[in-house]
Design a protein around this ligand. Structure first.
Ligand code: UDP
Length: 318
């Protein structure tokens, strides 16, 4: 049985990866320190014989007994308000944490895939973004702690590949959504869904004409699975190229939730908020034969089912 270590396993994406690799018949070693993860996301796996959980901060030395075939490094605060609250942990997990896991990969002769991000492109001056674009990042702005940690992560991963011959994979993840996103993580989809369900104002930042491209989590997981098993070590964008403005997104969620009390309110645009973002997925199509299959209508419906179960409508029980 193949053994895989997944860091950030109790997080939104990490927990879906645990499910997928369990389904594929792997022995999954899950690791998290729960600063943003939620143990409930993986609780259903605890009874399984081929699942283990370690409570650990990967910024400290990582020890895993026995053989390891694969490592997926997905630990990090990942929403703008989380990394503003935890700037040092964000920098450490992307740098020291990645260094520890690359060292572990080297000593176990394991293949390692690291979770990078569209944030390496910053507020992009090229559109859509392909993997050859170097980005437009403010190193000392509020997002710098995340963006630069992830850029360092890519650099050290390539160095371990080049100098130590470690088998490395780099996925650049664009905005992803689905069940198990944390309600209060401040990202646009949990914010809008919870506000719409509660009949509050949907907090559109700025005028809402900034764009994003949202990928359903199952599509992302399929892309990661294919990349891990491929023989390609250069970065690959995984995301859904269907781009919309945040204002359109707010209206789609208002229409879906259909709560007469819900409405739109305007809040200031955060500093360095990227104005547009859309993945060029030519490389993923050509190398992995991958493209997203779940459109936004279907993905939002599935996600709404989840948010209905975790967000209470006011007066629901009256
Ligand atoms: N946003 C918004 N209202 C919110 C949260 C976010 O209008 O309550 C906007 C934010 O300014 C950004 C976009 O939605 O332009 C996506 O934000 P998110 O935090 O989800 O992720 P990002 O892509 O910025 O990392």
């Amino acid at each position: 049985m193949k053994r895989i270590l997944i860091t950030g396993a109790a997080g939104f994406i990490g927990s879906h990866l645990c499910d997928r690799f369990i389904k594929e018949g792997y022995h999954v070693i899950a690791m998290d320190n729960l600063i943003t993860g939620n143990i409930k996301n993986i609780e259903h796996l605890f009874p399984l014989k081929n699942f283990e959980y370690y409570h650990h901060d990967v910024s400290k030395f990582v020890h895993v007994p026995g053989k390891l075939d694969y490592i997926l490094h997905f630990a990090s605060p990942a929403s703008p308000i989380d990394y503003l609250k935890m700037p040092i942990q964000t920098l450490k997990v992307g740098s020291l944490g990645t260094h520890n896991l690359l060292g572990l990969a080297k000593s176990k002769n394991a293949r390692i895939l690291i979770a990078s991000t569209s944030e390496v492109y910053g507020d992009p001056l090229e559109h859509p973004q392909n993997e050859n674009y170097w980005g437009n990042v403010n190193p000392i702005g509020p997002r710098g702690v995340y963006d630069e940690a992830k850029r360092f992560q890519e650099a050290i991963t390539m160095a371990y590949h080049t100098f130590h011959g470690v088998e490395t994979r780099i996925v650049r993840i664009f905005n992803t959504y689905g069940p198990r996103m944390r309600v209060e993580d401040g990202r646009v989809l949990p914010a809008f869904f919870s506000q719409a369900i509660r009949g509050e104002g949907l907090t559109v930042f700025g005028e809402g004409n900034q764009t994003r491209s949202f990928c359903y989590v199952d599509d992302l997981v399929e892309g990661i699975f294919r990349l891990l098993l491929s023989d390609y070590h250069m970065p690959v964008n995984i995301g859904n190229p269907s781009e919309i403005t945040i204002m359109q997104f707010a209206h789609e969620i208002l229409a879906l939730v259909n709560n007469k009390e819900a409405h739109i309110i305007y809040n200031p645009l955060p500093v360095d908020d990227p104005k547009q973002r859309q993945p060029d997925i030519t490389r993923a199509r050509e190398i992995l034969g991958w493209q997203p299959e779940v459109d936004r209508e279907e993905g939002l419906l599935r996600t709404y089912e989840y948010f209905k179960s975790v967000v209470q409508r006011p007066n629901q029980n009256l």
